[in-house]
Design a protein around this ligand. Structure first.
Ligand code: CP
Length: 309
């Protein structure tokens, strides 16, 4: 008997452009025909293993499976699992694979989901690994961009804030670099610039145009998308550095004065101070809608990995 290959999603690079476009199509079909999908995962179980805090990713995965008619189990912090007694991630995954049909896991160590998938009999989804990757946030971002801008090419995208540790930024750059006529404006303080390996291996390799600046207003008038990010306290070794950088950018009405009328303002959330709450009522603010899109694209991903027709 031929052993069936188990599909995982560890890195956004695991998906071709066609697969991403297909997932977006299915997500749009789900948005327009929710009832049609309400029982398609009857009897299936999603496990959410979160070794690091989360609101959106964990709950949107759980919401996605419940909306598909399936069930969920899991833990939301390492301290409530047997990892706190010294169990390895690999052993945890082997065991939970016997309790569930698909696993979404978040871990502070880069590469942990890749290690986990080597020992897994069920699909593993990387729900964020350290400062490395967050592929389902990227799928959420792509669905948001395609829904709000009606295209995934010919876009000038400003990425602002923590471009060094921001895993959502690294995954988004990787995915968007596969589309035509993409230009990035990389807005960060010197200490939080995009890592050289991302510039070399993704931007340069794909001949993607980019400009680096520390001034959020300098290229504002050119942007189709402004993707704000939080300066992440949990990634700093030194609290003084975090305090010095945490309020470096605060997007407010004044800073948006030259922005396009159809600018799309995104943020993976959680937000701390980097977007003033005054902006929330601006029709260009799409970050709460973006969080909702996350449910539909995760529904589409669960269907794909479980091979539910
Ligand atoms: N965007 C995101 O990953 O949010 P959570 O940390 O709340 O899951």
């Amino acid at each position: 008997m031929i052993k069936k290959e188990v599909k995982h999603l560890i890195d956004i690079k695991d998906l071709t452009v066609k697969e991403i476009d297909d997932l977006i199509k299915v997500a749009n079909d789900i948005i327009n025909n929710k009832e049609k999908y309400s029982n398609v995962c009857n009897g299936k179980i999603l496990a959410t293993l979160f070794f690091e805090p989360s609101t959106r990713t964990r709950l949107s995965f759980e919401s996605a499976m419940i909306r598909l008619g399936g069930n969920v189990l899991g833990f939301s912090e390492a301290s409530s699992s047997s990892v706190s007694k010294g169990e390895s991630v690999s052993d945890t995954i082997r065991v939970v694979g016997g309790y569930s049909d698909i696993i979404a896991m978040r871990h502070p160590k880069e590469g942990a989901p890749l290690v986990a998938c080597k020992n897994s009999t069920v699909p593993i989804i990387n729900a964020g690994d350290g400062g490395h990757n967050h592929p389902t946030q990227t799928l959420t971002d792509l669905l948001t961009i395609s829904s709000e801008k009606k295209r995934l090419d010919n876009l000038t995208i400003g990425l602002c804030g923590d471009l060094k540790f921001g895993r959502t930024v690294h995954s988004l750059i990787t995915a968007m670099s596969q589309y035509k006529k993409i230009k990035f404006i990389l807005i960060s303080p010197e200490e939080l610039k995009l890592p050289e390996y991302v510039k070399k291996e993704i931007l340069d390799k794909n001949n993607i145009e980019y400009i680096e600046t520390n001034d959020i207003e300098e290229y504002m008038s050119e942007l189709d998308i402004l993707y704000m990010t939080r300066v992440q306290k949990e990634r700093f070794f030194n609290e003084a550095d975090y305090i010095r950088l945490k309020d470096y950018y605060i997007l407010n009405k004044e800073k948006l004065k030259t922005a396009k009328k159809d600018l799309c303002i995104m943020h993976p959330l959680p937000r701390v101070n980097e977007i003033s709450t005054d902006i929330d009522s601006d029709s260009r603010a799409k970050y709460f809608k973006q969080a909702e899109y996350g449910v539909y694209i995760r529904m589409a991903l669960i269907l794909k990995l479980l091979e539910v027709k």
